[in-house]
Design a protein around this ligand. Structure first.
Ligand code: GRF
Length: 321
């Protein structure tokens, strides 16, 4: 069983989307759990519910504080709670660039319109006035631009002739409660998915010169050199010998280096059965916050240790530029 991704939810009001996310987290196969509910509004009704459900809460009103200082305090609380993702759910504060950059690709928001239509406020009124047959909601990644950022999922909601903004808002909320938990679960789950992880390793491994894919003992592997006489520089390992780790095996310089890394950073490295004895180290990839540049560096280093000289020389020359 892999650990669940930890999510902090930021609210300012009612918190009904927070409730939807929270109860979805109670389903046994949900890949995320709620680590914190934080608010800039001490009277946000959602806080009471979160507290009653045993979720840690954090409140810091922004009054009298500049944006950067308030953002920093929220950020500290979120990180202090161990959260790896942030889900905005009716958080009525514009977040500063530093905060947004610190959560790049890890912060989601739900917006009550079919983006790119109707960014900002009064979305339902605007949809009705435009005579749209469908309104809806969107879940998107948060970037520096308001209600912009890649859309991860949308759900349409039919408008009715007698709609008022309030009536439509109520129905859009029903859709929100279905959409947000599903998309959040898919998004955080993707990083723990063995197929997704293998695809990332495959892409990085095959980006190195003269490499090819060749399974070894039934597991994916990557070699450098010709199909005939190539040498392995990476093996894929998923739950090998009952281990919960999914990751890539690459060559270290020595057993000493391997042992030290495993001892100092056991959350990242492990010593694999059999392969470990000949200097292969496991880099764990089924965890949040994997630094894929770092994985690419390991692959290159491992590739260099077995690649023919003519190829490493080419690589050195290319890297000088
Ligand atoms: C929702 O309509 C959501 O789309 C928007 O803010 C509202 C939050 O409502 N971002 P609630 O606090 O979750 O009930």
């Amino acid at each position: 069983m892999t650990a669940k991704a930890k999510v902090a939810i930021l609210i300012s009001g009612q918190g009904s989307n927070m409730a939807a996310l929270l109860y979805h987290a109670r389903l046994a196969d949900c890949p995320y759990e709620i680590a914190l509910v934080a608010s800039n509004n001490a009277h946000a009704p959602g806080l009471k519910l979160a507290e009653a459900e045993g979720i840690p809460i954090f409140v810091r009103p922004h009054k009298g504080m500049d944006r950067a200082a308030h953002d920093r305090i929220m950020d500290e609380a979120i990180r202090g709670a161990g959260a790896e993702y942030v889900a905005l759910a009716g958080y009525m504060r514009i977040l500063g660039d530093d905060f947004v950059a610190g959560w790049q690709d890890r912060m989601l928001n739900i917006h009550p319109s079919l983006l790119p239509r109707y960014r900002g406020l009064d979305t339902h009124k605007r949809a009705i006035e435009a005579g749209d047959t469908h309104a809806g909601c969107s879940v998107h990644l948060v970037t520096g631009e308001l209600d912009d950022g890649p859309v991860l999922g949308q759900m349409q909601v039919a408008t009715l002739p007698e709609d008022t903004p309030e009536k439509l808002a109520t129905r859009v909320r029903y859709a929100e409660y279905q959409l947000y938990p599903r998309i959040l679960a898919e998004y955080v789950g993707r990083e723990m998915d063995v197929g997704w992880i293998e695809a990332q390793v495959n892409r990085l491994a095959l980006a190195l010169p003269e490499t090819h894919f060749r399974p070894s003992h039934g597991s994916p592997g990557w070699r450098v050199g010709s199909e005939k006489s190539g040498k392995y520089f990476a093996h894929f390992s998923a739950h090998h010998h009952g281990s919960d780790a999914i990751g890539v095996l690459v060559k270290t310089g020595s057993i000493d280096e391997l042992e030290t890394l495993c001892e100092e950073q056991p959350e990242i490295y492990w010593k694999p059965a059999y392969y470990g004895a000949s200097g292969w180290i496991g880099v764990r990839l089924n965890r949040a916050n994997v630094d894929w540049d770092h994985v690419a560096e390991w692959l290159e280093r491992s590739w260099r240790s077995v690649a023919p000289k003519r190829l490493t020389k080419l690589m050195d020359a290319a890297e000088e530029f």
